[in-house]
Design a protein around this ligand. Structure first.
Ligand code: DAS
Length: 359
């Protein structure tokens, strides 16, 4: 009997893999159709001289000019552009996120769109990438790209980043790996990547976990794939949302008072991510404000200001007693994204803890 079950499972696996391959199969001579959605940032910036790499103006070049500045794009894909916003990404908003995510889902539902590139400022690029990683409902490639130097500077990085992001968005290898981030020859998972250096082209890293792969010439090479749930495998649906629950981050430090938590509770937040010291520690002095917040229904996620490592459940705080959610290895700004989306489904800390273990 077991033998028959094993044979049936093997046949099923082969059928599923063949179907997936067929979904992404393209006639060899057909270039992929890639949409470039522009939001702003340095990649669309302009500096006064060709040595200006700080003190330039971000978000001034429209998407069609970005595309025309890289004529080689037309050799590797059928590209067309759409301007979603024109902002420096420190000014990113829920409104832009929802507009972007809905447009990505609409476009990827079309047979004539094979992949999407999103040009974006680097300051909050990691947040947008993780948000999309949780709400995009397609296995087609979505690649977020930016640059650390404006196109007007010597050795500007944006054009090559955009060229490679477009190759990646049109590639079969990038499908089914969640939302990707491509800068500086390196391919990162939207969940793991973070900006680590204020002003250098090698700023995007995934501490301890590392990249998914790299570009060698025009070829993307993957060495691993994300394990946490993403895109079509998540429970989050933003299609009917017009805003997102308010979640703020509180930084902990020596001689903290807890007053910021009090102020946020009064402001009506639905969730607070606590960027704790060490392994996500909350100071004794903060507990009165934390408990008062929870009495108002505020959900507390324990993250860490440290930036690396796992915040262990019931490690530096009694999560079971206080109904805290341990933030796993998500940094505070990423934990905030997941908590915002979690709060569109539930305010039950146990349910939310499950989500932090799964996404
Ligand atoms: N202000 C930064 C931003 O828009 C510039 C950049 O893209 O790096 O994120």
């Amino acid at each position: 009997m077991n033998r028959k079950i094993y044979i049936s499972l093997a046949i099923l696996c082969v059928l599923v893999l063949s179907l997936q391959a067929a979904c992404f199969a393209r006639t060899p001579d057909k270039l992929p159709n890639v949409k470039i959605l522009a939001t702003g940032g340095t990649i669309a910036g302009s500096g006064a001289t060709n040595t200006t790499t700080v003190g330039y103006t971000a978000a001034v070049t429209p998407v069609d000019a970005l595309i025309n500045n890289v004529p080689e794009l037309k050799k590797i894909a059928n590209v067309s552009g759409e301007q979603i916003s024109q902002i420096a990404s420190e000014n990113m908003t829920n409104e832009v996120w929802l507009k972007l995510a809905k447009q990505v889902n609409t476009l990827l539902s079309q047979d004539d769109v094979d992949g999407i590139v999103i040009t974006h400022g680097t300051d909050t690029l990691e947040e947008t990438a993780y948000f999309l990683n949780l709400v995009v409902k397609s296995e087609k490639p979505v690649v977020v790209v930016g640059s650390m130097r404006p196109p007007t500077a010597m050795s500007a990085d944006g054009m090559l980043n955009l060229y490679r992001a477009t190759i990646l968005a049109g590639s079969r290898e990038a499908a089914g790996k969640g939302v990707l981030v491509m800068l500086n020859d390196t391919i990162h998972a939207g969940r793991d990547v973070t900006k680590t250096i204020t002003d250098r082209v090698d700023t995007f890293r995934a501490p301890e976990i590392g990249p998914l792969g790299f570009f060698t010439g025009d070829k993307p090479v993957f060495y691993r794939a994300p394990l946490r749930k993403h895109t079509v495998f998540t429970e989050f649906d933003i299609s009917q949302l017009t805003d997102l629950p308010r979640v703020d981050i509180v930084y902990h430090y020596a001689n903290n008072t807890g007053d910021v938590i009090k102020a946020l509770t009064q402001a009506g937040v639905k969730g607070i991510v606590h960027a704790g010291t060490g392994n996500g520690s909350i100071g004794k002095v903060e507990y009165p404000a934390v408990e008062a917040a929870q009495e108002k229904g505020v959900v507390i996620v324990r993250s860490a200001r440290v930036g690396n490592g796992i915040v262990a459940r019931n490690g530096e705080a009694n999560d079971d007693k206080y109904n805290f959610v341990a933030g796993d290895n998500l940094n505070p700004q990423k934990a905030r994204i997941l908590l915002m989306l979690a709060l569109t489904k539930t305010s039950n800390p146990e349910d939310i803890q499950r989500m932090f273990w799964e996404y």
